[in-house]
Design a protein around this ligand. Structure first.
Ligand SMILES: *Cc1c(COP(=O)(O)O)cnc(C)c1O
Length: 375
């Protein structure tokens, strides 16, 4: 490859500069400003939700959602072990404990058949994480939530615009949380949003996000609860609004790129993609492959090194939550076996996944992977 292909770069091809320039030119650079409200409105609508609350990143979106639902010390929240650390950290910030469930061997999402055995009288919520843009089995999760009277907090950080039986990510629960980090399908560089259809939860989200100023709007500087400053600035929201206008366009590009990878790698032995269930429309945040070294002829680390020599970047997959020293020291139960998650960590990695990738580039990357298989 002549040019270095990064694992992901943002696509800023719409009104980003125009809106940011307007925010700066008019002096509206704090969290007060029309772009914040407009971004909240439009992104919530895009996610089929009534309300959106913009925050400064996806990690605090999760924390804020849990706080707004009243989750705290003494509570337990079911979290997949195969996820980004923010899912578990957000639970810890509230004083509650994350309880881990292994991944499904095919979809790599939380294994819904293994959730029930982890439910205790202290369990307050389930946090399904829509891994790599494919929504979890929300029917099974809803059934468990109904049976045990649990809350659902969707970690939809990787799944903007994804659907499960036609229902959008973020709308299949009490609250949905998004990240707009630079590599996500919709980005503001750093940013996040919590969406909900519940007006009471919406009020709580706004209250805790803004250091618990009195809900009646009176600025008497009396605060009855410990709150947070998780506000997003108008400059950042200006980027978010422009991105939301292009959300479906970028989604189609990501989905198309994933189809191309699957097509060009179809006949390479020992390479497996995430299985996408018929109920799900996966928005393919990251093009992830899992290698069977015996069939492929090399380990994933050897393939990653070969790609790097040829100017193609890649990234390792998550290490499971059960392997995290920080969570163990916090008092989480990290014992037990999580073989699917361990297999993914051991054998999987991401290929370049920017929305803007061309078919020629994807074809060339796949050719490298094929060539190396022969060596
Ligand atoms: C990216 C991501 C987050 C965190 O988002 P930040 O904006 O980086 O804080 C949380 N959960 C998952 C599953 C993610 O992929």
């Amino acid at each position: 490859m002549d040019k270095f292909i990064p694992v992901c770069e943002p696509m800023l091809a719409g009104n980003e500069l125009k809106y940011v320039t307007d925010a700066v030119a008019t002096g509206w650079i704090s969290s007060a400003g029309k772009y914040v409200t407009e971004f909240e409105k439009q992104f919530a609508a895009y996610s089929d939700c009534k309300y959106g609350v913009a925050v400064c990143n996806g990690t605090v979106a999760l924390h804020l959602a849990l706080v707004a639902l009243g989750i705290g010390e003494g509570d337990e929240v079911i979290v997949p072990t195969f996820t980004m650390i923010a899912s578990a950290f957000a639970v810890c910030y509230t004083g509650a404990k994350p309880v881990f469930v292994d991944a499904d061997p095919n979809t790599w999402n939380i294994d819904v058949t293994k959730i029930e055995e982890k439910i205790t009288p202290r369990t307050k919520a389930i946090m399904p994480v829509h891994i790599f843009g494919q929504m979890c089995d929300m029917d099974a999760i809803q059934a468990l939530a109904d049976k045990y009277n649990l809350l659902i907090v969707e970690d939809a950080a990787e799944a903007h615009g994804a659907t499960w039986r036609g229902r959008k990510a973020g709308s299949c629960s009490h609250v949905g949380c998004f990240s707009f980090f630079a590599n996500k399908n919709i980005t503001t560089g750093e940013g996040g949003m919590v969406v909900t259809n519940d007006e009471a939860i919406y009020e709580q989200l706004k209250y805790f996000k803004n250091v618990c100023f009195p809900m009646n709007g009176v600025r008497n500087y009396l605060h009855n609860d410990i709150g947070f400053n998780y506000r997003m600035s108008n400059v950042v929201a200006a980027i978010g609004l422009a991105q939301t206008e292009k959300a479906d366009e970028y989604k189609v590009m990501r989905i198309h790129n994933n189809k191309l990878y699957r097509h060009y790698l179809a006949d390479v032995p020992g390479i497996r993609f995430q299985t996408v269930l018929p109920q799900a429309e996966c928005v393919s945040w990251m093009n992830t492959i899992v290698l069977d070294p015996a069939l492929y002829g090399h380990t994933k680390d050897e393939l990653i090194a070969y790609l790097r020599e040829n100017n193609v970047d890649s990234r390792l997959l998550f290490n499971g939550m059960h392997r995290q020293e920080s969570l163990f020291r916090f008092g989480c139960d990290c014992s037990g076996e999580y073989p699917i998650c361990d297999m993914l960590t051991e054998n999987g990695f991401y290929l370049p996944s920017a929305s803007s990738l061309t078919e020629d580039t994807i074809c060339a990357i796949c050719q490298l992977i094929k060539d190396f298989a022969q060596q």
